[in-house]
Design a protein around this ligand. Sequence first.
Ligand code: NAP
Length: 264
Amino acid sequence: MKIAIIGTGNLGLSIAKGLIVNNTYTDLYLTKRNLDDIKDYEEYKSVFITSDNVKAIKNADILIFAVQPSQLESILQKIKPHLNDKHVVISTITGFPISRIEAQIGSDVPIIRAMPNTAISVGKSMTCLCHNTIGLKKLPIAEAIFNGLGTSLTIEESLMQAATVLCASGIAFWMRLIRATTQGGVQMGFDADIALQMSMHTAMGAASLLIQAGSHPEEEIDKVTTPRGCTITGLNEMEHQGLSSSLIKGLNASFDKINEIAKH
Ligand SMILES: NC(=O)c1ccc[n+]([C@@H]2O[C@H](COP(=O)([O-])OP(=O)(O)OC[C@H]3O[C@@H](n4cnc5c(N)ncnc54)[C@H](OP(=O)(O)O)[C@@H]3O)[C@@H](O)[C@H]2O)c1
């Protein structure tokens, strides 16, 4: 795969690192206007850095856009005359619908929207994908790229805002849960760094049980709740205080907000 990353900032660089580690490219072009931050990447085999987006696009088939939303339209206008039927456009731009990309480059170009989260920097992103009609055939390319950087799921574009709340904002929600359980650990007698390790590895273990065993959360809860025991006592107290309810309300408040922002 000949890949160009247009806009090699935080996200673009995380994707580039994943592609390099997984060896998922034949040639990799990295673009940004100021090349100082990415100079070192030229040392990797078949990685080229340039501030010339057109040059990168002419030399690549898969074009991954990772610029800020306000920068995308002008870049698309400039590269449009150089697009041909070998190209696949992958946009990571949050809140930028496929229709707006098609308005710039047409609906005859395969377009895939990808919505990763910040865990992409450690190869653990939950990335949601959607595509235009012609983009369906090229979906395996995006899946290969993002499955190498975590896990990907293809969803309807109309659910992309909801996925942003659950997966991208979701990182912040899970961080707060890990911090809260750490604080509880400190109150029970552990030093903060030890409590944090216990908390984050327990969270990872819980998620891994579901991912690897394919079980339901309640099934796993049943396994650790003895009648009249400490786990069910703590869990029920958390629920009396509104644990599940506050999480669901928080998600819905975020969803209302993202929909309100999208109207402007
Ligand atoms: N960070 C995440 O985890 C995440 C997750 C999901 C989606 N996103 C989306 O990904 C996009 C990028 O986010 P980010 O956090 O990576 O932003 P960022 O760090 O600001 O990266 C944007 C990059 O684009 C480059 N750029 C600007 N104009 C350019 C041009 N004309 N040609 C080529 N490169 C250009 C900038 O470098 P120069 O100024 O040197 O050109 C900068 O390095 C955003 O639209 C965001 O919504 C990010």
